[in-house]
Design a binder for this molecule. Structure first.
Ligand code: ADP
Length: 204
């Protein structure tokens, strides 16, 4: 309680753009990361209030034998039911937000990075001081994602279409990191931004 938030950079980008890669490069420079995907799993881990509420609402079929969340059963239950989906979102969004803020308050680096795939779509850009978008062309998104995951081209295109468009993200970004080059070029760009963010954080 009473802890203050650090200067926060919101890091985002479409699927396969290189968010994780960029976040890891910042971490190598000693920057503390908070990852929205990790937090969204933590708030429904075994023994949490979140999971208890979910099991109470949907019944024991959403639990695996070991007491963990059965994600595919929960997905089926909300898939065609907007009311249930809304119920789940109303439960999870505040839990995720509170946990993200707690982790950010515990950061000890000069500034912290909040990694959120849907930063603009979910309005979480309101939580951060500065936004950083990792940008590549849709063609490269398809290429890198199909090389990384067991998904086909059409599945990646569908995910890209469900996310904010490239133009929208670029227009909302405070900073853009072009990740169409190689990793060593990316490393240099991250180092330059790191210096900029240290200065910005010191001014606030
Ligand atoms: P995201 O977290 O945005 O989905 P990732 O960081 O996982 O993206 O990057 C997607 C894939 O592309 C990964 O396999 C990663 O290793 C690769 N990758 C990222 N940046 C580059 C780059 N500059 N050159 C080549 N491959 C890259």
């Amino acid at each position: 309680m009473g802890k203050t938030l650090p200067f926060i950079i919101g890091l985002t980008g479409g699927i396969g753009s290189g968010k994780t890669t960029v976040a890891n490069l910042f971490a190598e420079l000693g920057v503390d990361l908070v990852d929205a995907d990790v937090v969204s799993r933590e708030v429904v881990a075994k023994g949490t209030k979140g999971l208890t509420e979910i099991a109470k609402h949907f019944g024991p079929s959403v639990l695996l034998k070991n007491g963990e969340l059965n994600r595919s059963v929960l997905r089926d239950k909300i898939f065609k039911d907007p009311v249930e989906r809304q119920w789940l979102n109303s439960l999870l969004h505040p839990l995720i937000r509170t946990e993200m803020l707690t982790q950010l308050q515990n950061a000890t680096s000069a500034y912290a990075i909040l990694v959120v795939p849907l930063l603009f779509e979910n309005g979480l850009d309101r939580l951060v001081n500065c936004t950083l978008v990792v940008d590549i062309s849709p063609e490269l998104q398809v290429k890198r994602t199909t090389e990384r995951d067991a998904v086909d081209e059409q599945q990646v295109k569908n995910i890209i279409a469900s996310q904010a468009s490239r133009d929208e993200k670029l227009s909302k970004a405070d900073d853009v990191i072009d990740n169409q080059g190689d990793i060593s070029a990316l490393r240099d760009k991250v180092a330059a931004l790191h210096n900029k963010y240290i200065k910005l954080a010191a001014q606030t």
